[in-house]
Design a binder for this molecule. Structure first.
Ligand code: TRP
Length: 466
């Protein structure tokens, strides 16, 4: 299958960065940091990004670029056998769960956009802002409808084929989101008691680092950089052959980390100034920001713009995620039917259409979304396991388990089953790259990353103690 190439190099950077920057940076990063002791988490996170995030992102781009295939065909194309076909299947399952709960949070953004338009966010106090979120989440039908709208909206964008248009639009809108974050930062630092938030964010108390902190930071790093979901492999397949993967990776990683940091700077000063607990979890951003907007001149308009931009960022990510699944379903159905036809010596097998694949992908996403949204409703106890909602489980299982595991298998695949010459041939395309860089890159992929992921993993499940 020949893949179209991106018209410009910047196009690849922006598309991948557009996918990378999303709810992971603005919603998830602050609450993970809050739950894991502040500055200590930041330190571990940055280390994870440098030691794991960058090499893994480069690796995925290379898998895509060298094979010219999206996630389903890439492994067999590079290794020349079908022995690795289970890995894209595992990636697909994990991505379906991620997309499902991603759409639930996208629904929250849409609801908060609605709240800000109708003025519901005005005049809130520290008590009522929590009640607003709580009653919204626990009513059942509201978050259900909102996540349904998020799925339907994303699928319609995909169906109509206007994804590239939206992507282009979001390239104009994303810088606006950054500017808005900067304005928020200026405003929150003026709040009384804001300094404690800044200290919480940046002062690393190393004694707060536990095995959970490390596992969470690793998972967050994968989630935020879209690693281990096949997305980067697909972007890689679209890259021009002479694109320098190392510098592209660097730009995306810096941008993604910067946005997460800006979100932290906008939120934590306000968390402390208003007397919230930083450990509030997924509702942190939705509790704190309305109060900040309430204190600003033109706060309602700002809130509308902010939640509109956040919703757009979330929807563009949801579209890419569902697109990824659609491509998987399509490629898998073509491959499986061709294999069956060969076995039965049939002529031309009928395969799924793109529309059919979109339906399969969106139904999978929608079912996960519905289960996740319902599990947060107050009186539906059977959707909780051990007192924890299936929404939280979906988040935890993917970030802490499936993403590190898939990354581990991918790195074993690339480090040990793809020839050294393939990596060197790729590296030779990047003029000016020193030979030690290739050696370091291979060492990280063959030894350092697999060993450390296994240790972090065993440590996280209590089989080994660091
Ligand atoms: N990284 C995105 C975020 O921070 C979420 C995401 C994960 C994503 N995988 C993706 C977005 C694939 C687009 C494509 O929100």
């Amino acid at each position: 299958m020949k893949s179209d190439q991106f018209s410009s190099r910047l196009g690849v950077v922006l598309a991948a960065a557009g996918g990378a920057v999303g709810l992971g940076n603005i919603w998830k990063f602050p609450y993970m940091l809050g739950q894991n002791g502040g500055g200590a988490f930041l330190l571990v996170y940055v280390l994870c990004v440098v030691l794991f995030g960058m090499p893994l992102m480069m690796m995925e781009f290379m898998i895509g670029k060298r094979s010219g295939k999206s996630v389903f065909g890439a492994f067999s194309a590079l290794s020349g056998s079908h022995r690795w076909d289970w890995l894209p299947c595992l990636t697909f399952l994990s991505t379906v769960i991620i997309t499902g709960f991603y759409c639930v949070v996208t629904g929250w953004c849409l609801e908060y956009l609605y709240f800000s338009v109708v003025g519901e966010l005005q005049g809130l106090t520290v008590e009522t802002v929590g009640q607003l979120f709580g009653s919204f989440i626990q009513t059942g039908w509201q978050p259900l409808v909102c996540s349904g709208i998020a799925v339907v909206l994303s699928v319609s964008i995909l169906w109509a084929g206007v994804g590239p248009g939206i992507e282009r639009l979001s390239k104009i809108l994303m810088p606006m989101l950054l500017i808005l974050l900067l304005i928020l930062i200026v405003r929150v630092t003026m709040l009384e008691g804001a300094f404690r938030g800044v200290a919480f964010l940046f002062a690393s108390d190393l004694s707060k680092i536990t095995s959970q902190t490390i596992l969470d930071a690793l998972g967050q790093c994968f989630y935020s950089l879209s690693i281990a979901m096949g997305a980067l492999i697909t972007y890689g397949a679209y890259m021009p052959k002479n694109q320098n993967v190392a510098s592209t990776t660097m730009q995306i990683v810096v941008l993604d980390t910067l946005v997460a940091l800006l979100a932290g700077c906008a939120i934590f000063p306000a968390v402390f100034a208003f007397g919230f607990s930083p450990t509030e979890g997924p509702k942190l951003v939705f509790s704190v920001l309305p109060l900040v907007f309430g204190q600003m001149a033109g706060g309602q308009v700002m809130a509308i713009i902010f939640f509109a931009l956040l919703s757009i960022a979330a929807i563009t990510s949801a579209v890419s995620l569902i697109e990824m699944q659609t491509a998987f379903v399509l490629d898998a159905s073509v491959a499986w039917r061709a294999r069956r036809a060969k076995r039965n010596s049939e002529a031309s097998p009928r395969t799924l259409t793109r529309q059919g694949a979109i339906v399969v992908a969106s139904l999978a996403t929608l079912s996960v979304s519905v289960v996740c949204a319902c599990s947060m409703v107050d009186n539906i106890d059977w959707l909780r396991i051990g007192g924890i909602t299936l929404f939280d489980w979906a988040d935890r299982i993917t970030s802490n388990y499936t993403l590190p595991l898939i990354a581990l298998f991918m790195v074993i695949f690339f480090g040990w089953f793809v020839s050294k010459e393939t990596i060197e041939a790729e590296m030779r395309l990047y003029h000016g790259l020193k030979p030690w860089f290739t050696t370091l890159f291979r060492f990280l992929l063959r030894w350092f990353i697999p060993v450390i992921i296994v240790l972090i993993f065993l440590n996280g499940i209590g089989l080994f103690s660091l």
